[in-house]
Design a binder for this molecule. Structure first.
Ligand code: ADP
Ligand code: MG
Length: 358
């Protein structure tokens, strides 16, 4: 199914701070780990949004919040228009059915003492209303078939499978409740490169077959390229740039995205894109002590005094707003407009912004 513009998830001002305490007996809060610190995005029905960023930038925390495995400190998550952040009891359970997670490491996320059939069928134990007992074994076998595994494997144990096959088991389990959204948290990061493509192709096929919307998390921009319709780049708990595939990969306007891309080898048979390698200096600051203003400024080669004072908002740069083009996508940099050559706007006849005489 082609992605639509009808939103299935709308995330606004999402924050997750973990209290940082000292002492065991008399716990005292001395700060907070700002794991997620103001994240906004929408996911269209049938769409795949790639979320990319270095380790520790808050990707897994966003994943857990989306799947209601954690409660946000602030902000909202709307699923098909309904705010799901304050739900509890039966309503929470119902929404959890619809937004399922596929985990990163197929070696540790599958219980080694459970058979494949029990692992894939476990969601039916938690949500017995989803499938009558007598039906479950048949459903599990069908799920195995759907992800490309032999249905006869139901009685085997995880250690009898390869990494790629184990991730297929994890995906089958994620599909058991027929969710509408799948949040895949680095689903291929633990796999050999040769296997990664097979798992990505499987997810791609399942998306059209089951009408799924994906949030696909990776730490590397090259991994999400072929599966994502749009990509969001995260840094220290925030999205710093977001846009359609071609916008992010060919016209990045945030220095952090530019640095990440400069580290990615690009197949370029015509030798067109001459990319300078940008090496970021310094370490990622601690999420306990986030720099003022632009949180990327301590590692940015473009930083100016303004960057320490003003928080750059994730917005389409003013100069690109009037001219639709690949640079016209949200970027949280004060100097995003200088990132690419600006095509001169056609001259206006009267006044500025149409406020002159007509
Ligand atoms: P990523 O998935 O991008 O590597 P995470 O979302 O796992 O990042 O973590 C973001 C930050 O939040 C990290 O600094 C991590 O140590 C911290 N963090 C994650 N979970 C917790 C928790 N339960 N308590 C305290 N800090 C946490
Ligand atoms: Mg993670």
């Amino acid at each position: 199914m082609a992605p639509t513009t009808e939103p299935i998830l709308e995330v606004g001002g999402l924050v997750k701070h973990y209290p940082l305490t000292r002492g065991i007996l008399f716990k005292k809060q001395i700060g907070a780990v700002k794991a997620v610190d103001g994240v906004d995005f929408t996911l269209g029905r049938g769409e795949t949004l790639g979320l990319v960023g270095e380790s520790g930038c808050g990707k897994s925390t966003v994943a857990k919040l989306l799947c209601s495995l954690e409660r946000p400190t602030a902000g909202s998550i709307r699923f098909k228009g309904e705010d799901i952040t304050g739900l509890s009891g039966r309503a929470l359970k119902a929404v959890r059915r619809n937004i399922q997670m596929v985990f990163q490491d197929p070696y540790t996320s599958l219980n080694p003492r459970m058979t494949v059939g029990d692992i894939v069928g476990e969601p039916y134990e938690i949500h017995p209303e989803a499938a009558p007992k007598g039906d479950r074994r048949r459903r599990v076998q069908e799920l195995l078939d759907v992800v490309g595994l032999d249905p006869e494997y139901v009685n085997r144990y995880p250690h009898q499978f390869s990494g790629g096959q184990r991730q297929r088991i994890g995906i089958a389990r994620g599909l058991a409740l027929r969710p509408e959204v799948i949040v895949a948290d680095e689903p291929v990061s633990a796999l050999d490169v040769s296997v990664q493509a097979q798992v990505i192709n499987l997810l791609d096929r399942l998306q059209s077959e089951f009408d799924l919307s994906y949030v696909f998390i990776a730490h590397d921009l090259s991994v999400v390229r072929h599966i994502s319709d749009r990509v969001g780049v995260m840094y220290l708990g925030r999205i710093v740039e977001i846009g359609r595939d071609a916008e992010i990969y060919d016209h990045p306007t945030h220095p952090y995205t530019q640095a990440l891309l400069s580290a990615v080898p690009v197949p370029d048979p015509e030798g067109r894109a001459h990319r300078e390698r940008i090496i970021l200096t310094g370490d990622v600051p601690s999420p306990v002590d986030i720099p003022s203003g632009c949180r990327f400024r301590t590692r940015c080669w473009k930083a100016q005094p303004r960057c320490a004072r003003e928080v750059p908002l994730l917005a389409v740069p003013a100069a690109f707003r009037a001219t639709p083009g690949p640079a016209a996508h949200p970027s949280a940099c004060h100097f995003a407009e200088e990132a690419v050559p600006i095509t001169p706007a056609p001259p206006r006849e009267h006044g500025v912004n149409g406020d002159g005489p007509r």
